[in-house]
Design a protein around this ligand. Structure first.
Ligand code: FES
Length: 69
């Protein structure tokens, strides 16, 4: 909440997150969604499997828990 994307949120809390393009096409920011739901700012172009999310272009819908790689 209050962040443009999950990637921004994590960075603002000094958590190191892998990323490259920040625009949803490289897939570098992939993380596992453990619980909760996210909402994409834009439909991501990178391939995302079920249970995975792209941090750079999604925002949490309520409380979520994720596993970073
Ligand atoms: S940083 Fe490239 S898809 Fe997220």
């Amino acid at each position: 909440p209050g962040c443009p994307s999950l990637l921004h949120c994590l960075e603002s809390q000094k958590i190191d997150v892998a990323y490259q393009c920040r625009e949803g096409y490289c897939g570098a920011c992939r993380a596992t969604l453990v619980s909760g739901n996210v909402q994409y700012n834009e439909e991501p172009l990178a391939f995302v499997r079920d249970g995975e999310i792209l941090l750079c272009c999604s925002k949490p819908n309520g409380n979520i828990s994720i596993n970073l790689k």
